[in-house]
Structures are given as structure tokens and as C-alpha cells.
Design a protein around this ligand. Structure first.
Ligand code: SF4
Length: 121
């Protein structure tokens, strides 16, 4: 199988063409560094992504808290994590870096706040 990927490891966004058979990579073209090859290996076997989203917040100066996973998690869990964040309602105050859900879905990554929300006066 031959497929084109865009490497998202760094801002260069190299277009990489890979020929592979199952999980075995036969040929790679277009990667400007070794990290690109590793990215393609992961994309073929188990693509990983950082989840970003937002969670509702009560009694704060903002109604939403932006959140992200502190590590990449398998892409296949993105919908489940989105569903969890949709169901959550936090209570202000919330600090940047505060763990909202630890070890989310058993993926060894925490969902953390990326916005500070102060309590409403
Ligand atoms: S292949 Fe290397 S240089 Fe190109 S986008 Fe990926 S990490 Fe960056």
C-alpha cells in the first residue's frame, strides 16, 4: 500500500510518502529527519494525538475551561474523551495545569486545564 502523510511532529509539515505492507514499511520518501520515519511507523500502527477541547465551568469568570491531554493518546480514543469532557461540569476556581481527569481511559495521560478560571465575585 502507498499513502501520503503530513508529518505533524514539527512545523516543517513534511509530506511523506510511505509504501507499507501491514505494519512493515517498505519505503519512505520526503521525511527530512528520523522523527518523520518514527511518526509514520506510529501512524500505521497506532496513531497518537494530543486531545484538546473545553469543559463547562460553574461560578467562574468564564463559562468554559480549555483542556488538553498532557501526553498524546491513541487517536481511536478521541471521541470517548470528547464525550467525557462534554459530560463534565467543573466548579471555579480552576488553575492552569490542574488535573481534571487523571489517567484518562487508562491511557497514562491526564486531562489538564489550559485556562485559569477565577471564582465569580
Ligand atoms: S520529518 Fe522531521 S523535519 Fe519533517 S515535519 Fe517531521 S519532524 Fe519535522
Amino acid at each position: 500500500m502507498k499513502k501520503e502523510f503530513v508529518c505533524i511532529v514539527c512545523p516543517n509539515s513534511c509530506r511523506i510518502t510511505a509504501e507499507y505492507d501491514g505494519w512493515e514499511i517498505k519505503h519512505i520518501e520526503g521525511a527530512q529527519c528520523k522523527k518523520g520515519e518514527e511518526f509514520i511507523r506510529n501512524e500505521i500502527k497506532n496513531p497518537l494525538r494530543i486531545f484538546t477541547g473545553s469543559v463547562k465551568c460553574k461560578n467562574g469568570n468564564y463559562q468554559l475551561v480549555s483542556v488538553k491531554t498532557n501526553k498524546p493518546i491513541p487517536k481511536k480514543y478521541m471521541k470517548q474523551v470528547a464525550q467525557k469532557t462534554h459530560e463534565l461540569v467543573l466548579e471555579a476556581p480552576v488553575e492552569i495545569g490542574q488535573v481534571i481527569i487523571s489517567d484518562i481511559l487508562g491511557q497514562h495521560a491526564d486531562l489538564v486545564a489550559t485556562r485559569k478560571v477565577k471564582e465569580k465575585n
